[in-house]
Every structure is written in C-alpha cells, then in structure tokens.
Design a protein around this ligand. Structure first.
Ligand code: ARG
Length: 593
C-alpha cells in the first residue's frame, strides 16, 4: 500500500516549489524543502489549518534589492502567487506582518480520511517514513540487588513508547535492558551472604538490606574488607562457585523486574553490564594502542573536552573498569554486532554528563561522526525527577523509596473505587472489575508520565492522573469508550448498512471539518514524536483529537441525522487513529466503562 503523508508534508513540498520559483536566487526546491516553515495553526478563528512563516526571515535577506519586495507582506504575496495549481489548498491569504494562512480543501480532507478505510490495517500506511533501518533502545535498566525505583519506571515507560513509535514507522528496534548486574559490589555481597549463612535465593527485599549491611561492614571492618576483595578477585577470575551465586542473586532480581514488565506489558531483552565484561580489557588496550586513550595519574583516560573538561576514565588506577568503560564497549558492540544506525539511551537527566563523555569518546574513536544528522548516531533522552505532592523526590510517608509494585497496586485500587462510585455496570463482577481497573490504572500512570515535557520534573498525583475531566488517560479512556458505543448503536440501528463506503464522507459544518483536519495531522504527530524523541507530542495530539471529537459529537447529531453515513465514518476514522495512538503510548483501550 502507498504511504499516506500528513498534510504538512504535502504543503511543504508545494511551498518549497513556490519559494524556489519566486526567489530563485535564494535556493532551489531541494534547498527550500529543508528551510520551508509550515506549522499547524492553533487558533481556529483564522479559519485556516496551517501557516507558512517564511516571509519575515526571507525579507530580512532580500530587502533593499533592486525591484525587490518592499516589506514582508510583499514577500508573502510573491510566494502566494507562485504556488503551483494543486488539489490541496482551498484558500491562501496573507495575514498580519506577512504570514501565509493556508486552508485545505474540504475534498482533500475527505479523500485523505477516506484512505483510512482501505482495509483493516490502512492506518499503518499513515506512518511516516522510517528515519533509518535499525535502532537500539537502551531503557529501563534497573540494578540487581536494588529495588527498581520511579526513575526506572519513567525510563521504562518513555523507552517503551519511543520503541513503539519507531516500530510503527518501520524501524527495526532492539530493546535492551542494560541491567546493572556486574561490579565489585557483588564480591562484597557474596562474601557477606556466605558468612551470614544466607541462602543464595534470597528475595530482593532481603538483598537490598544485605547489600547495605555488607557495605557497612566493608567500610568498618578491615578484615572483612580484605575477604571481600578476595571474593571480588574470585568472581572476576570466573570461579564457578562465585558465578553460580552471582547468578542466583540476578535471578531473584530478574523475577521482581519481570513482574513489573508483565503488568505494564513491556517487552525488553535483558542484556546487562556483565555481557560486555569480556570485551573491556581488549577495548582498553586497543584504545591505548591507537593513542585515543592515555595514562594520566595512574588511570587510563580519554581526554574528551580539551584539557579543562574531566576526562573519561576507562580504567581506574587499581586496574578496575567502570560504568563508562562498559558503556563504551556496549556502544561499539551495538554499532558493529547489532548494526545499529541509531542508539538511544533513556535515563534521568542526572546522567547527561556521563553520556556526553561516552559519546565524545566514541567520536574521538571515529565510531560516530560529529554531525547530528548523519547516521550512525546516538542520543541520550534525559528526563526529570518524579516529585511527591510536597515538591520533593517521591517517597513513602516514612521517607523510604516507593516500591513500584505498591504504586501500581494503589493506582488499580483507586480506579476500582472510582468505578464502583460511578456505578460501573460490571461492578459486581470482581474479575471484570479488577481487569478494567488495571487497564485504567496502568494507562493513567503511563499517560501522566508521557504527557510531560520529558526534561521537566513532575509531581506525581493520583488525584490528578485519575481526574475524569483533565488531560488524563481516564478522560481519554471514557472518550474512547464513547466512540465505541456510538458505533455499536449505529450498527444496531443500521444492520447491513453501507458503512465503510469511504466516498460517503462529506464535510458540512465546522466541527466536522476541524475533526477531519486533526485526523489528517496524525502522521506529523508521530513524526515529531520520533524526531524529537518526545512522547508528549503524541499525547498532545491525542488529547487535541479527543477534544475535537467531543466538540463534533456535542454539536453534530450522528444517528438519525441526514449526515448519518458520513458521520459514522468520521467516528470510525477517529477511532482508528485514537487506537493507534493508544497502542503507541502502550495503553490498552477500554471499549466499555
Ligand atoms: N543501571 C543504570 C541506573 O540505574 C542505568 C543504565 C542506563 N544505560 C546505560 N547504558 N548506561 O542508573
């Protein structure tokens, strides 16, 4: 099937050719294709869908030329006059200091939306072009023997959505869980457990405590410290006994992590730090040999930002390798063995410096280029903190780190309460209630996270994320269920109707038009989500689409109206796009609430 472009893409190429024709000395069509500025209009009062904003900056370049335009409006008029004949634009007008207002033809919107009915999976043809062939998404990545915390939850949720968005566009995505499962701390922990007679199948809760205890002993007891160091050597030299115990500790953590992934429907492949351990020694030697790394104060370093910036230490003076060494080895392994074109890391912003260092080192090694636009490339998606309602880091009342399982449980139980209060029709059916409450609760947690501008801190509030009226998953779920119910009523009212005949779509009033115009923006919303690695773009789009649907539904009668056939198709088109958004955001849509 042929790819269906967003209206914005179509307008961009029309305007690029207009700009090239009107101002040939300023660039050809290809050049303008990169520089053309088209954006959807937020304000419906202009009665247009998009705006072109090239006239003002262009005037600044051409003003004062012989016979040239005297003001930005004249530039805009010249662009307008050069727009080739087309089937897309209804009306173009110059507004204000020189904006071009672009209104799409109703027939264009009708045809575009009609393509959603070309088969079951037609909405897949609306996916934007893949930006590359293969991506590695490094996300979630909790640490063994430690509890998975809300920072890991954010990484899990954001990473999963980015993976789904990329996959939708046709990029092959390898989702990797860079679990912290290696390091000297395991020697210490094993030694402590052995001395205390703790069986090696302890639960994660115990492991955390054992870890703290072993650390305290390590710092306070000189003799224990020595024994722990020997245990590290034993583990690192590959002793089977040590490795077996280490494996047991990892198993216990993995079991806990998987429970969270199952609940949230997250697919991810575990490939922890230990995987790269065998590569470290050779890598460091190689980089020393090539002169990229050098000895400094006994440590082996890569000087990445001139003499001022701190170097990236790839081997400590005691011979040990660290977090950065592993990441450097992983980066190369992903470029070579995984043939990744794009490697994306999702962690809190606190790790920005670390990734900056690793990426600069990779550039110094010549593995990736300096240019942000050329592949293979790497990106760190840093996100802000999750705060409690007191504005401080989210904690339990007693000040402990919140357990993710508890957080999910609470979301579900609050949703149950809400459903019962609202006299949900299946409230008596325990199993059904549990299932719906889970879908609602998990989507609420995900959406509350995804809709944030990822770099800002956000306040975690059950009350707000479960609000029926705000920009919440609960609101979206009710809207989705509403569309489903309209459609099932329509089916009952018109058995065997010609629903699905896309040629019946017809714009007769403004709310219909606004809805169709928004539906047509779907490819652009996905594209900017992927380009900017920003799930909130898709959330904003979905919320906007839902509001446009709400306006449409409150102003336009569907069943029993003259426009019934057309309006049912509009509801169906809305549903198709809504569901795709839900799928990319990892939210299970509810048909009946
Ligand atoms: N385990 C790390 C943490 O909990 C996150 C790892 C992120 N990925 C990476 N390749 N460094 O902070």
């Amino acid at each position: 099937t042929e790819r269906v472009l967003g209206a914005k893409k179509e307008l961009e190429s029309l305007l690029a050719s207009a700009l090239a024709a009107a101002f040939p000395s300023e660039g050809d069509e290809a050049q303008w294709g990169r520089d053309v500025l088209v954006a959807p209009t937020a304000n419906p009062k202009f009665a247009c869908d998009y705006q072109c904003n090239n006239a003002m900056p262009l005037f600044a370049k051409v003003k004062g030329r012989e016979g040239g335009p005297g003001n930005p409006r004249a530039v805009a008029e010249a662009i307008m006059a050069s727009i080739p004949p087309n089937e897309i634009l209804e009306d173009v007008s110059v507004a204000g200091p020189g904006f071009l207002n672009l209104r799409l033809k109703d027939a264009f919107l009708e045809r575009r939306v009609g393509t959603l009915f070309a088969g079951e999976a037609a909405v897949d043809a609306w996916a934007p072009e893949p930006c590359c062939a293969r991506a590695v998404l490094d996300f979630s990545s909790p640490n063994v023997a430690k509890e998975m915390h809300v920072g890991h939850l954010r990484s899990t949720i954001i990473g999963d959505t980015l993976a789904r968005a990329l996959e939708f566009t046709g990029v092959e995505v390898k989702r990797l869980n860079h679990v912290g499962d290696w390091g000297t701390q395991f020697g210490m922990l094993i030694q402590h457990m052995e001395e205390e007679g703790v069986p090696f199948d302890a639960s994660v809760g115990d492991l955390q405590q054992l870890y703290k205890d072993s650390k305290a002993r390590f710092d306070a007891e000189g003799d224990f410290k020595k024994r722990a160091q020997q245990a590290v050597v034993k583990l690192q030299s590959g002793s089977e006994e040590s490795l077996g115990r280490w494996g047991k500790i990892c198993d216990a953590s993995r079991k806990e992590f998987n429970k969270i992934y199952d609940r949230l429907d997250i697919e991810i492949e575990e490939r922890g730090e230990s995987f790269y351990n065998p590569l470290l020694k050779d890598l460091v030697e190689e980089l020393r040999g090539s002169g990229v790394a050098e000895l400094s104060d006994g440590a082996i370093c890569i000087f990445v930002g001139g003499s001022e910036a701190p170097p990236l230490i790839i081997q400590k003076s005691d011979g040990g390798f660290g977090y950065a060494t592993t990441d450097l080895a992983a980066l190369r392994q992903r470029l070579t063995d995984e043939s990744a074109d794009w490697i994306i890391y999702v962690t809190d912003s606190g790790q920005s410096q670390h990734f900056k260092g690793v990426f600069s080192a990779a550039r110094k090694c010549g593995w990736i280029t300096d240019e942000a636009s050329s592949y293979p490339k790497v990106d760190h998606v840093g996100f802000g903190l999750v705060l409690g309602e007191d504005g401080k880091r989210l904690r339990t009342r007693s000040g402990d780190v919140i357990k993710l399982a508890d957080l999910l449980d609470e979301a579900v139980s609050r949703c149950k309460e809400q459903l019962v209060q609202r006299e949900y029709e299946f409230a008596e059916d325990e199993e059904k209630l549990e299932e719906i409450a889970q879908q609602m609760g998990y989507s609420a947690i995900k959406y509350a996270d995804l809709k944030q501008n990822k770099s800002s801190n956000y306040e975690f509030s059950f009350d707000r994320m479960l609000d029926l009226k705000g920009n919440t998953a609960v609101y979206l779920q009710y809207a989705h269920a509403r569309v489903c119910s309209i459609l099932s009523k329509a089916r009952v009212a018109n058995p065997g109707s010609d629903a699905g005949d896309a040629s019946k779509i017809r714009v007769t009033c403004e709310p219909e038009r606004a809805l169709l115009s928004t539906i047509c923006q779907f490819p652009e919303a996905v594209e900017s989500t992927v380009e900017d690695l920003a799930p909130n773009r898709l959330c904003d789009y979905l919320y906007g689409l839902t509001s446009k649907f709400t306006d449409f539904y409150s102003e336009c009668k569907v069943i029993g109206s003259e426009e019934e056939a057309s309006r049912i198709l509009m509801c169906e088109a809305t549903l198709k796009v809504m569901r795709k958004c839900f799928a990319i955001l990892g939210m299970e849509p509810l048909e009946r609430i």
